[in-house]
Design a protein. Structure first.
Length: 95
């Protein structure tokens, strides 16, 4: 019983739900807020509708997330974020 409660609390924690939403945006590359709500709130019941939209607003601040407004509807896109790797030991050799 105790394990079920801990698992449920972890599963529905704010950071966990944000990571789930972010993973769907990454997976689909472009998805509407309504589609995300159907998955996260209606199907999987991770959080309430109002909590979902608050979390979505927080995710809009991330560099890797873009928002496109089409009328009243928002679409979320995953931007490819390039990470620079500095390594002085890389060599290119043509064979």
């Amino acid at each position: 019983m105790k394990e079920k409660i801990v698992k449920r609390l972890t599963r529905n924690s704010k950071e966990y739900v944000k990571s789930v939403i972010l993973s769907y945006i990454r997976k689909y590359e472009q998805i509407s807020a309504l589609q995300l709500k159907e998955i996260v709130v209606d199907e999987q019941r991770f959080c309430s509708k109002s909590s979902f939209y608050r979390l979505l607003d927080e995710l809009e601040d991330l560099d890797e997330i873009g928002v496109i407004k089409q009328g009243k509807e928002k679409h979320y896109i995953h931007k490819a974020v390039k990470k620079l790797v500095e390594n002085e030991n890389l060599f290119c050799i043509d064979l």
